[in-house]
Structure formats: C-alpha cells, structure tokens
Design a protein around this ligand. Structure first.
Ligand code: GLU
Length: 369
C-alpha cells in the first residue's frame, strides 16, 4: 500500500506516542516507527509525521491529572508537552541520521492562501533536505473558534498542502468496519473504498467510540479521507498499536484504503482553474507566452502590464498582448510589487522591492488556458 509512494503523511495519535500508564513517551514504539520510516525514506519516499501527544505528555508534568481539563489547562499542558514530544521524536530518528523539524500550524496556515504558500514552501524545503517534519497544531495559542481540534483533519490538510499521495491514519482499530466490531460480531472490515457514499459515512458512526486518549473517532477519519481524496491522496486507516505499523502495511496488514480518484497535481490544478476567481491580470509578451505553453514558469521579465489589485498568492489571469487568455495561476507577488518588477530580469528583483520570491507565477501553480 505504500509501495511507489512519493510523499507520505503519517498521523500518529496521542495513544501511540504517550504510554497510557506512565504518561511518558513510548520510546520503544517511536524507535520502531522511526526505523520503518527511515527505511521508506532510504527508498526515496519523503515522509512527514503529524504527531499528537503534546497534551497527553504535558498534563502529568504539570500535575493536571483530572480526566477532563479546561481549554486553558489543555493549552498549558500542550505548551509543556510539545517540547517533550519533540525530544521523543528527535531521539527516535537520531540513530537513523534523520533530522526532525517541528512545524506548529493553526487552521489559518492551511486556509489563508498567503500563509498556506509560506507553510508549503517551508515544508517542501524541509522534505527536500531529507528532514522529517513533525507537525502538530499550535495548541497553546489557538482559540476554540480557529482550532482544527483533531489531528486527523490537520493531517489531511497537510497532505493536501504538500501534494502527498498517501495519508496513513494510525488508529486504534485496523480499518473501517460495517459496524462496531467490539459490539457486533457480524461486522466486517471494508478493504477498499472508491467513493465515500452516505452509507459508508453512516457506518463510521460510533464505530470507534472508545478511542482512548485521542480526539478523533472514525467519523473524523472519514472527514479527513474526504479532504485527502479531493486532493488526489489515498487514505489508509490501519492499527497503530502494534510494534511496526508501517512495516506491517508492507507485509499485508489489515487496513482500509480510501482511494485517491485523481493525482495530487491534477487536483491542485483543477482547484486553481476551477475554484478561484482571478483578482487581477498579468499581460505577457510573446516570448513568455511561448515559455508558458511549454510548461515553464512565468518570469517577471516577460510581464508587460499588471492589472487589478491582488495580494500575494491570489489567483491571476495570464493573457497575451492581444488579450487572449493563456492560463491562470497564483502570483508570488502582490499587484504593487508585481507592477514594479514587471519587465525586470529575475536577478534585478531584490534591488527594487527588497526581496525575491522567485518567478512571478511558478509552473507548479499555473494552469494553461
Ligand atoms: N494537538 C493535540 C496534542 O498534541 C492532539 C489533537 C488530536 O489528537 O487530534 O495533544
């Protein structure tokens, strides 16, 4: 199920990271996980971990032993626990020579396009350097209104952001069942799901009710799978509470896979082409038009005129000097900066606006018309 994957996002829940009895990090599990992860990376797969566990690890350190905590208490526990969590991940990956990198996100980082572009650029850079980004929600500062609240959905948004092709949700159950297998002996596990029909979504109700110390049940897992599917990413739900869940998948362990439907690149491009209304227009010369048609990025040098008011990361129309649409894409500069650098060579950008963000529209963010 992981064979041939280019980018994998693995969501690891609190129940796996933190030992329920002691409240400390489960080092044995993390070490075994890191060994499997390192092996996949050795084979050329990039891997990102979305890890819960900050609250679970921090609460005991602060003496917060009551079962139900208030929101400020949870946030305090997360503040104390996040560093313990990262230390545990660091120790797990260290023997494999892999650097882990903490990325704390809030919902705005995946929903406000400008911040999304920044978060994506940082994460891409880390992956390119062979590091393992370890993502969690920035629990300490988010308010109730702007929280993801569960790391299943956060993981799906991250998978979408980086164009991952597999999202692995390590769960306390080995897949999606037709009913709760702990109560209904006739329940059976769905092996492969192509379409998330209302019937399938209904099956998730209560199927994972006793979900240990984690937050998300099967319903949030399916919500995550839906986000991933729309982004061209397959979701695999499998049992995390075993020694080597990633390795086990390779050896045919039980799981439910929700198929992707499309590829991450195609999903991303159809999002640019279909869902965003252009906030401005870049008029380009014939040379740039030709470069775009052959799949290249739009450089500032080829931009003749800038029309409209748009921010960094907004969608823009790209038209030829005759006004005919050539494509659409996300601008790396706002309209004011774009206007100043239009016609300039890439190496002259910084001197004029004080920074450079590369091409005006990168080929990855561009759809031909
Ligand atoms: N972000 C929370 C933590 O690290 C967990 C959220 C979740 O488990 O879904 O403790």
């Amino acid at each position: 199920m992981l064979a041939g994957a280019k980018r994998i996002v693995v969501k690891v829940g609190s129940a796996l990271v933190a030992d329920a009895a002691s409240g400390d990090a489960d080092r044995a599990w993390l070490t075994a996980f890191a060994a499997d992860a390192a092996r996949l990376m050795q084979d050329g797969t990039q891997l990102l971990v979305v890890s819960s566990g900050a609250v679970a690890l921090g609460r005991r350190r602060l003496g917060l032993t009551r079962k139900a905590l208030t929101l400020p208490e949870k946030q305090a526990a997360a503040a104390a626990g996040q560093s313990l969590l990262m230390r545990a991940w660091e120790e797990a990956f260290e023997p494999h020579g892999r650097t882990v990198a903490q990325v704390l996100m809030t919902r705005d980082d995946t929903e406000v396009r400008r911040r999304w572009l920044n978060a994506r650029a940082t994460t891409e850079t880390l992956l390119g350097l062979g590091a393992v980004p370890v993502v969690n929600e920035n629990d300490t500062v988010v308010t109730e209104e702007i929280r993801y609240g569960d790391n299943d959905r956060l993981a799906a948004r991250v998978a979408q952001m980086i164009g991952a092709d597999r999202l692995v949700l390590l769960s306390d159950i080995d897949g999606l069942y037709t009913a709760d297998p702990r109560r209904d002996p006739a329940a059976w596990r769905l092996e492969r799901i192509e379409t998330l029909t209302p019937e399938i979504v209904a099956m998730a109700g209560g199927a994972n009710a006793g979900a240990g110390v984690g937050t998300g049940g099967m319903a949030t897992k399916l919500a995550a799978a839906r986000i991933a599917q729309g982004a061209g990413c397959a979701t695999i739900i499998t049992l995390g509470r075993r020694e080597r869940p990633l390795g086990a998948l390779g050896e045919g362990a039980a799981a439910t896979i929700i198929e992707a439907g499309t590829t991450p690149a195609a999903a991303y491009k159809s999002w640019i082409a279909g869902s965003l209304s252009p906030a401005g227009t870049l008029v380009v010369d014939a040379g740039a038009a030709k470069a775009l048609m052959s799949g290249k990025s739009l450089l500032s040098a080829g931009v003749r005129r800038v029309e409209g008011r748009f921010g960094k990361g907004d969608a823009v129309l790209i038209v030829g000097e005759d006004g005919a649409e050539i494509g659409r894409g996300l601008s790396r500069y706002d309209a004011v900066d774009a206007e100043q650098i239009a016609g300039l060579r890439s190496d002259a950008i910084e001197a004029v606006i004080g920074y450079t963000a590369g091409p005006m529209v990168h080929a990855d963010d561009l759809v031909k018309g």
